[in-house]
Design a protein around this ligand. Structure first.
Ligand code: ATP
Ligand code: SF4
Ligand code: MG
Length: 333
């Protein structure tokens, strides 16, 4: 059920990100706007290279040096005044990043210290009051590791990162990201390195935290089927733009954007065991200049308007919004 608008914990408005290419700038995120509701999970999907990780990193300003950000990213903490994240200095941001806003990178190894035991790294991420009592803190570390799906938490706590598999490391990174008891967790492909049967445990832990502790999650994946199982709302990204956003069950039953429908059809054909269909054409690179709607070279409904004019976001029949001149339901009727 949707909460009132004032219960948003994060609000992103007209966010654009440009990366320096030496003598010019390349737009990687184009005019992104969305809200994250308190105690909910917002799924972010799109093919590889669509900009999902860059969008996540821009929220907590972990972009490459020389990047330009425009727009607003407002964090509404449980207590205290709203914080405008893009206007904060690096020092100010450090009091929020990894604390009130947890960030789980797509490359878990990159956030870990190679010469420190994993247990100590999770311990150091605990809030001060938990660390004050070492014995209790250690118990908390073991509990976090176990909840992240690690069966032998003592042995894992005593291991160095290089002694663990990618899947184990991903679960340690999740434990560390949750140790600071964040209000928001940005989870970029949090269980991709795990085999399918091991994904449910950590995802159930996250789900429990959203219900019991009011955690709000941005859950990133290229797999729409996986995201549908865990997210209350879904936003779809294509080549740096959010093209559709809505409640998960409504997006699944009546997608408005042809790209969303193509992702769903692809997933259905894969699940049914039939030969997987593909979305026609290749994913263009960010460098390619595509006029109008960026999906038009691959879209079966494209017409001249689509190839010359970029669609704005408009309300969709499913209650969310889409960026498309000829949404799926209208095109088929
Ligand atoms: N450090 C960087 N410097 C320059 N360009 C980058 C950098 N990181 C990513 N990019 C570019 O930004 C675009 C978006 O990349 P991003 O990693 O956000 O995609 P993604 O949707 O997360 O893909 P994946 O599903 O493979 O993780 C790509 O064109 C990529 O080449
Ligand atoms: S605007 Fe046109 S090209 Fe773009 S998705 Fe909609 S119908 Fe397809
Ligand atoms: Mg990524």
């Amino acid at each position: 059920m949707h909460r009132p608008e004032n219960e948003n914990v994060l609000s992103v408005k007209n966010l654009s990100v440009r990366l320096s290419t030496g003598d010019s700038y390349l737009t990687i995120i184009n005019d992104a706007s969305f809200d994250l509701r308190k105690s909910s999970t917002l799924g972010l999907i799109g093919e590889s290279g669509s900009g999902k990780s860059m969008l996540c990193k821009s929220i907590v300003n972990l972009l490459p040096k020389g990047s330009r950000l425009d727009g607003n990213v407002t964090f509404y903490p449980d207590s205290g005044k709203p914080e405008e994240l893009l206007s904060m200095s690096e020092v100010e941001l450090r009091s929020i990043r990894g604390k009130k806003i947890g960030f789980l990178s797509q490359e878990p190894g990159s956030s870990m210290n190679p010469v420190m035991k994993c247990g100590k790294q999770v311990f150091d991420a605990l809030p001060n009051f938990e660390r004050a009592n070492k014995k209790n803190g250690i118990q908390q570390v073991l509990k976090l590791l176990e909840n992240s799906g690690l069966k032998n938490p003592e042995a894992i706590a005593n291991s160095y990162p290089h002694e663990l598999s990618g899947g184990m490391l991903q679960r340690v990174a999740l434990a560390a990201a949750l140790a600071g008891e964040p209000e928001i967790l940005i989870a970029d492909e949090p269980v991709t390195a795990l085999d399918v049967s091991s994904r449910t445990g950590p995802m159930k832990s996250l789900s429990r935290l959203t219900e019991e502790m009011g955690l709000s999650v941005i859950l990133v994946s290229h797999d729409i089927d996986f995201v549908s199982n865990w997210a209350d709302d879904i936003m779809v990204m294509y080549l740096g733009s959010i093209v559709e956003l809505g409640e998960t069950n409504k997006i699944l039953s009546s997608p408005a954007h042809p790209y969303t429908k193509a992702l769903l059809d692809l997933s259905k054909s894969f699940m049914s065991g039939s030969l997987p269909e593909t979305i026609p054409g290749d994913i263009p690179s960010m460098e390619e200049k595509i006029s109008g709607c960026k999906f038009h070279p691959r879209c079966e409904f494209a017409d001249e308007l689509c190839s010359t004019t970029e669609p704005d976001s408009e309300d969709a029949e499913h209650g969310g919004w889409k960026r498309c001149f000829h949404p799926v339901g209208e095109t088929e009727n």
